[in-house]
Write a protein that binds this ligand. Structure first.
Ligand code: F0G
Length: 461
């Protein structure tokens, strides 16, 4: 296979992209309140706002969709999906949901408790939003290296700091910790992986204190690939076996299938706890739909049943992780400060190091999002002062987050390296002119701070 270094697929159907002028894009930005979420997708040239729900599906998935069984109850498509999940996850009880946050909400209802800690490496926004609404205390205890964007030395920067976990349990009392959640890969600090050893050790602490251990596994296949490539002892282990071992340590897994499931919509709540499963089914019926579809159509269940296997394919994962790394390497060549090493689903640019003259409270990463769209029609997302900023519950003052980054999310099987070159060239141009940029001011924010970035409005300073 020496010369077979290209994508392990060819393109059968294309979606045309529209080119726009800089003047048009400046107008679109103004209309959108300088929030990229509000720019119309048709006016985006390369869309990197997320890797979620944006995958290109395969011929096998489209063919499976034609066999979707749309029966309300006990449809054939559910049993196809259930068999795939049971096989890959090695867990018996499978509840589909319409997307990841619905599984999050069920999980939060069953495991998060008002006034009690939910420990995570770094919780994703939607669990954090649910926790905030319920009054649970979401604690991020990732290792310190995970917050140091410049350090490339650690191969698993998504790891939980187990010393911090035991310290928090000792200080707050085990009765005040209701759940431990491991997010793999860790989205919020760069799609950084978690090692098998760390998953195991964290699960052992959870077991010792009788605290349920959950995995948020939206990008579990990418995490498994990093374990195979980087963790001693796994080089010859097939991805499916690595996945089964990861899941063997948790009681329940929640998944946004829109990432490594290679589908456009769907979620999963998977457990080995029968009583929890029964409770999850009741919540599903009340909110999502009957238990065998949980908010998904029969055809979507079929696409996921197939997509889960394609997502753990060795050739696919090699292509996937190396395409993201290609962009990371191109940015590094230009001296652009990125989170290192490059993670699984995107390249994360450090906004503070990119724009050292823009203070964090003037949103340097958001300024970069705006500049990149303005110059090249490329759309990314801010994960910094706006998305991760919080309010001091006593003083109401803004608290700045440790990380200040812009994520370039790379969709699966969608863009070629030529598209990634557009991003690299445009970012290189902005970086050369970085001294000419000023910050931004937040002029509208929604009430739930952890979700404010989706609807925020800005003005340019
Ligand atoms: N967990 C993680 C780790 C996620 O990254 C996401 C979504 C969810 C849960 C929620 O899943 O969107 O299917 O409801 N992340 C997307 C992103 C939105 O852009 O990173 P969902």
């Amino acid at each position: 296979m020496r010369f077979m270094t290209a994508e392990p697929f060819r393109i059968k159907m294309v979606e045309n992209l529209k080119k726009t002028t800089k003047a048009q894009r400046q107008e679109f930005l103004k209309e959108a309140g300088y929030n990229a979420f509000k720019v119309k997708a048709e006016n985006v040239y390369v869309d990197c706002i997320t890797d979620s729900g944006t995958s290109a599906m395969s011929t096998e998935q489209w063919a499976a969709m034609m066999k979707g069984d749309e029966s309300y109850a006990s449809c054939k498509s559910f049993f196809h999906l259930e068999a795939s999940v049971q096989d890959i996850f090695g867990m018996p009880f499978v509840q589909p949901t319409h997307q990841g946050r619905a599984a999050d909400l069920i999980m939060a209802n069953l495991y998060a408790k008002k006034g009690k800690y939910a420990i995570g490496n770094m919780h994703f926004d939607t669990f954090r939003g649910n926790a905030e609404i319920m009054g649970a205390l979401a604690a991020d205890l990732v290792i310190d290296e995970g917050l140091d964007t410049a350090s490339a030395a650690h191969p698993f920067k998504g790891n939980m700091d187990t010393a911090k976990v035991t310290r928090l349990i000792a200080e707050k009392g085990v009765e005040n910790v209701s759940v431990i959640i491991m997010t793999i890969t860790c989205n919020n600090n760069g799609g950084q992986p978690v090692s098998m050893q760390n998953i195991r050790e964290t699960s052992e602490i959870a077991k010792e204190f009788n605290i349920p251990f959950i995995i948020d596994c939206a990008r579990y296949a990418e995490n498994a690939y990093f374990i195979q490539q980087r963790e001693p002892g796994y080089a010859d282990t097939p991805i499916i076996e690595i996945a089964r071992e990861m899941f063997s340590y948790c009681e329940t897994a929640v998944m946004s299938s829109k990432k490594d499931g290679l589908v456009n919509m769907g979620g999963l709540f998977v457990t080995r706890n029968e009583a929890i499963f029964a409770a999850a089914q009741q919540l599903t019926i009340a909110r999502e739909g009957f238990i065998t579809y949980g908010g998904m159509s029969g055809r979507d269940l079929e696409a996921l049943a197939v997509g889960l296997y394609e997502g753990i394919d060795q050739d696919y994962l090699e292509y996937r992780i190396n395409q993201v790394k290609y962009l990371g390497d191109r940015l590094k060549e230009k001296g652009i400060p990125i989170v290192e090493p490059t993670g699984g689903h995107g390249v994360y640019v450090d906004g503070r190091r990119f724009f050292p003259n823009i203070p964090q409270h003037e949103f340097p990463s958001q300024r970069l999002v705006v500049a990149l769209y303005e110059e090249a029609g490329v759309r990314c997302v801010e994960l910094g002062a706006c998305a991760f900023g919080s309010k001091d519950p006593v003083t109401g003052k803004d608290v700045m987050p440790a990380l200040e980054i812009m994520r370039i999310g790379i969709s699966r099987r969608v863009y070629t390296n030529n598209h990634l070159d557009v991003i690299a060239e445009a970012l290189g141009y902005i970086y050369e002119n970085r001294d000419s940029y000023k910050g931004m001011k937040l002029v509208y924010e929604a009430e739930i701070t952890s979700l404010r970035h989706f609807t925020a409005g800005f003005e340019m300073l």
